[in-house]
Ligand binder design. Sequence first.
Ligand SMILES: [Zn+2]
Length: 172
Amino acid sequence: MALLTGIREELLLKVTNILGGEEAIAVVKYLASKDRVTDDEIATATGLKLNVVRKILYKLYDSSLITCERLRDEKTGWFIFWWSLQMGQLEGFVKNRKRECLEKLKIRLEYEKKHDFYYCNNPTCKEITFEEAMEVVFRCPSCGRPLQHFDNSSLIRVLSERIETLQKELDE
Ligand SMILES: [Zn+2]
């Protein structure tokens, strides 16, 4: 990982892992060791199949984590694609993911706050809203046990805390 250091490396690998797991990490590590590389070179170096390497490259490219330069090979006349890491986009990518996550958490929090929940206390069943519980006359639609009011205040607290943490990180 010659081009990377410390926190940014950790962040890059975390993002890469989300995008494509271990195989993507192998590709990114190789990309980080060179200025620019071809897909063939990556496949040879990592032992991954060429089509797997290409799929990962497109995914990384799609997320703006790498760039691509197309040059004509003087001998064959064919185009060669050169790939390289684009670390400048990393923070932006992470911020966007955080923003998406924050939006989802806010929607979930609103939902939890707005509804009363009922639950049969059976770990394999899930809680349902008051409206749904009315329809099934307070019997669990999955297991038939009686439904009891479910206190979601601890979930609301956890959601609120996560929202606050993310919001702070985004405001930094
Ligand atoms: Zn149940």
